[in-house]
Design a protein around this ligand. Sequence first.
Ligand code: IPE
Ligand code: IPE
Ligand code: MG
Length: 256
Amino acid sequence: MARQDLSTLPRNLNPQQLPTHIAVIMDGNGRWATRQGLPRFVGHRQGAKSLKELLRCCKDWGISTLTAYAFSTENWRRPAEEVHFLMGLFEQLLRHELAEMRQEGVRISFIGDLSDLSPSLQREMHRSMRETAHNQAVRFNVAVNYGGRAELVNACRQLAEHVQQGTLMPSEINAAVFEQQLYTAGSSDPDLLIRTSGEMRLSNYLLWQMAYTELYFTDVLFPDFDRAALHQALLHYQGRERRFGKISREEAALLA
Ligand code: IPE
Ligand code: IPE
Ligand code: MG
């Protein structure tokens, strides 16, 4: 099974300083299509191709996790036909891409409240998670019916139930215990968030997990987001100094 292919990593990127985990808000599919006089769904289809390419790039360059926002808890407010199209697209993609994901070593997971999705989509989701559970080349998390606030409220409710059952003391609740109740329990926080289409907001994405994530916004619309666009995002990322509350390395050197 092919693992990485660092030969395609642009030379001005430092392979030692790549993010381990990228989160992406795939935005601008609709505008991409509308600008060309095409119906919005064409943009979603094209966005799916960009996502596939992005995942391949992550795998090639040794970026071990990609977490993509596919459908938010707020996206149910869209026209019914668009919601219907998106749900159908997710199901179709899972059916068509599963064999290749298995072959490429992709381990897929879903985050969000899957219980509101159609039984046939849920079946495909569980099947793809089960059949790729042992893969190790790249982790691919897809957020569907995901909302950061719902995730946090849900975590609180579960902790409250443990307390009520007498299996947890309120004083035992800390960040690590809290995190265990999130959809993302056990996985690292994103190092880099990429949002396409020029919008500069989080739209309820990974609110807990992105406490220290580097944020990168680009005007590129998601259907146009390619290797070159990822390269730009990574260059920006490598230009950042992640301080996590400390003083900068330069300042620290002056004090030494
Ligand atoms: C993101 O593209 C895809 C989903 C939310 C599913 P949009 O559909 O939000 O595209 P714009 O923002 O309308 O252009
Ligand atoms: C965020 O994009 C959700 C996804 C990409 C799935 P939206 O296009 O729905 O975000 P808003 O509504 O502009 O904030
Ligand atoms: Mg949008």
